[in-house]
Every structure is written in structure tokens, then in C-alpha cells.
Design a protein around this ligand. Structure first.
Ligand code: SAH
Length: 221
């Protein structure tokens, strides 16, 4: 069983510094900054990385996966324009950190992970935290028809295309934030997709990022 290390003054101090760093990197949504300030990122990393948990870096979390960089988490969350009570679908639970940031903002979070071991490891950590996140083991490309429609969809793995099924599971006026594989085959372009009243999709681009790939089959690593 993975037992989490309690938050101490040092962690809290490091988080305040992280929030200031994110402000300097154009994160201006106070609700996002306050959630970053609230969620103890060190509990999502293997204990050998605790000292580095509040630097703006991505880290390995096992099963060949990574916890996204805080500035990327903040950037994607800011693009969602989230308000309290919204239903959010996350693809790629990974460490569970992004899911907790969304929950700290008052969202009802439904998160899917395809890697079995990671799914169980993260579930254990989430059960010890005060953030309400529902996690599911499955293929994110299929979404969660039982819980649809969602106000927001956030994809935290590099997607080869816009998953139609996930667009269908989104409310009109809903927003999807998705890192989409770019034409060069290196990394992704961050897209914000808004589902318009007539069903068409408004697409806006927000720069280049690097994510682990969104894959179809369940994994056992
Ligand atoms: N949001 C995570 C970042 C995880 S990295 C965090 O805050 O830590 C991306 C994750 O997406 C990985 O854990 C990977 O296993 C998962 N993933 C990849 N393809 C997927 C799919 N089709 N369905 C669900 N999860 C997927």
C-alpha cells in the first residue's frame, strides 16, 4: 500500500513559490492558481522525487508514464474556463494530479486510465486525499457514455485526432482541451475546441507541447 507523506510547512512554502512562477508564465486564472496552491503535488511522485515535486518539471510515475509539468497542468486547466459544479471528463488519469487540481476547483471529475497498474496505484493515493475524483480503468477513446454529457473534456496524452465519440459526449457550448499530434510527427499542438450551437467545432491553437501518446488497448505495465 502506498502511504502518502503529510503536507508540511516546507511543502506549503514551495507551493507558494510554484504559484508565483506560474503567474510569471502567464497563468492568470486565480481559481487555477489557488487549486495549484491547494493540491500537494509531492504525494503523486515516488518518494525519491519529493524534493523536486514543486519545480516546474515533468517526472516519471511508473508504467512508462509521466506526471505533467505544473505549467502544462495549469495551462490546460486555464483553457478549460472551468466553473464550480461542472462535469469534467479527463483522459489519462496518470498520477491523478491533474484530476485533483480540477476537483480542487469544484469540478465533478471523471477520469479514465488505460494502464492497469497505474490505475490501481493512483486509486490508492486518491483515496487518502480530500479531493473527489471518480477513476475508471478503460480506453479513453470510448469516453464514459453512462456519465455523459460533460461540460468539459481534457485529454492529457498526445492524441492522433479529435476523438468523435468524446465530442458526442460533450454538451453544446462545451470545451475540449486536447494536445493533438502535429504534422511533423514531433510533439503536439494544444487545441481548444468549442462545441457550437449548430454542432460545428470552433478550433483554436495554443502552442507546442510534448505528451506521452494516447494509445488504444489496455496496458498491464
Ligand atoms: N493527467 C496525468 C498525466 C498523465 S500522462 C497526470 O496529471 O499525472 C498520460 C496518461 O494517459 C498516461 O497515464 C497514459 O497511460 C494514459 N493514456 C494513454 N492513452 C490512454 C487512453 N486511450 N485512455 C486512457 N488513458 C490513456
Amino acid at each position: 500500500m502506498t502511504t502518502i507523506t503529510l503536507d508540511n510547512y516546507r511543502h506549503k512554502g514551495l507551493r507558494i513559490q510554484l504559484v508565483e512562477l506560474l503567474r510569471s508564465k502567464d497563468i492568470s486564472d486565480e481559481a487555477v492558481l489557488s487549486a495549484i496552491n491547494e493540491v500537494p503535488r509531492h504525494v503523486f511522485l515516488d518518494s525519491s522525487f519529493v524534493e523536486l515535486a514543486y519545480q516546474d518539471m515533468a517526472f516519471p510515475i511508473g508504467s512508462g508514464q509521466t506526471i505533467s509539468q505544473p505549467s502544462t497542468v495549469a495551462f490546460q486547466t486555464q483553457l478549460l474556463s472551468l466553473t464550480k459544479g461542472m462535469k469534467v471528463l479527463e483522459i489519462g488519469t496518470g498520477s491523478g494530479y491533474q484530476a485533483c487540481v480540477l476537483a480542487a476547483m469544484g469540478a465533478k471529475v471523471f477520469s479514465i486510465e488505460r494502464q492497469r497498474n497505474l490505475y490501481f496505484k493512483t486509486k490508492e493515493i486518491l483515496e487518502q486525499l480530500p479531493f473527489r475524483v471518480k477513476t475508471f480503468l478503460g480506453d479513453g477513446f470510448e469516453g464514459l457514455p453512462t456519465y455523459a454529457p460533460f461540460d468539459r473534456v481534457i485529454i492529457t496524452a498526445g492524441a492522433p485526432k479529435i476523438p468523435e465519440v468524446l465530442v458526442e459526449q460533450m454538451k453544446t457550448g462545451g470545451i475540449m482541451v486536447i494536445p493533438m499530434d502535429n504534422a511533423v510527427g514531433e510533439g503536439q499542438t494544444m487545441l481548444k475546441i468549442t462545441k457550437m450551437d449548430d454542432g460545428s467545432l470552433k478550433k483554436e491553437e495554443f502552442g507546442d507541447f510534448k505528451f506521452v501518446p494516447m494509445l488504444k488497448e489496455l496496458g498491464n505495465d
